[in-house]
Design a protein around this ligand. Structure first.
Ligand SMILES: Nc1nc2c(ncn2[C@@H]2O[C@H](COP(=O)(O)OP(=O)(O)O)[C@@H](O)[C@H]2O)c(=O)[nH]1
Ligand SMILES: [Mg+2]
Length: 249
């Protein structure tokens, strides 16, 4: 079994990809479980096997503790770790090939806090874990923003201690294929970055140097929950990652 947490900025498409990739795997004949770890989501497009909202929601914490949404998010992140045993038992009961984990809307409350790395550490004790980090094409409106997003993808993997496949999500929005070209050609990326102006460019250049030193283990793939582009390729990469340890799904 492989556990696949979906990670990324708020609105990057984690919930949507959890749904469409889960559907893809089920259509391929795999047994899939879905875990929702976002206590703030109003509606889910899929039916989770475990839903953290059965334990608490952001609005409930706001009411109970008399706090605003941001503090409620922080309180929720602490409670998520307490939900680990529920999650683990749901994932472990019966047999399944993939457990997809939809993480909280806001990246920082999970990926850059102790709760996230501790949660992942405990997941890794259960079985093999490989994340998916989403960069929405809408975030990559400038080359410097794209580079910084790639850098955050790397930082999230280091912070959580989990390997992740980076996907360029909402690829249907990349109509002319500009962002696709940028992520597949480092020289072009650097050239285009140099054409931009502003302080972000300096930051992005440093980030690009770091990224050049710590190459991602796998290629970046364009995915879309609208056109379903990249689902098969994502599956193949996860399969490769999984089989690299000599196991079979
Ligand atoms: N065009 C396009 N929009 C998408 C795609 N995936 C998600 N979205 C939209 O992006 C917004 C945020 O998606 P959601 O899955 O809730 O993001 P999350 O906050 O990361 O879970 C929603 O309006 C989705 O309809 C995609 O592949 N293409
Ligand atoms: Mg979501």
């Amino acid at each position: 079994m492989l556990i696949v947490p979906f990670l990324g900025f708020a609105g990057s498409g984690k919930t949507s990809l959890t749904k469409t990739f889960g559907q893809f795997l089920a259509d391929e004949g795999y047994k899939v479980k879905i875990v929702n770890l976002d206590p703030g989501v109003e509606e889910l497009p899929y039916k989770p096997d475990f839903d953290v909202r059965d334990l608490f929601t952001i609005s409930k914490i706001m009411r109970e503790e008399g706090v605003g949404p941001n503090l409620a998010m922080l309180r929720a992140s602490e409670r998520i770790l307490n939900a680990f045993d529920h999650v683990a038992s749901k994932i472990s009961e019966g047999d399944c090939d993939f457990a997809l984990v939809d993480t909280p809307g806001q990246l920082e409350i999970f990926a850059f806090r102790e709760v996230g790395s501790e949660f992942m550490r405990r997941l890794r004790e259960l079985t093999r874990v490989c994340g998916v980090f989403l960069i929405g094409c809408d975030v990559a409106s400038t080359v410097s923003r794209l580079v910084v997003a790639l850098f955050v993808g790397l930082a999230v993997q280091l912070s959580l201690g989990v390997e992740a496949v980076i996907v360029l999500h909402k690829s249907d929005m990349d109509k002319e294929g500009r962002i696709r070209k940028l992520i597949s050609d480092e020289k072009l990326l650097r050239r285009e970055l140099m054409r931009e102006t502003g302080v972000m460019v300096d930051v992005a250049l440093v980030a690009l140097d770091v990224l050049g030193k710590v190459k991602p283990a796998t290629r970046i793939i364009p995915t879309s929950s609208v056109t379903l582009e990249g689902h098969e390729e994502l599956f193949e990469i996860l399969h490769e990652v999984f089989c690299a340890c000599g196991d079979n799904l």
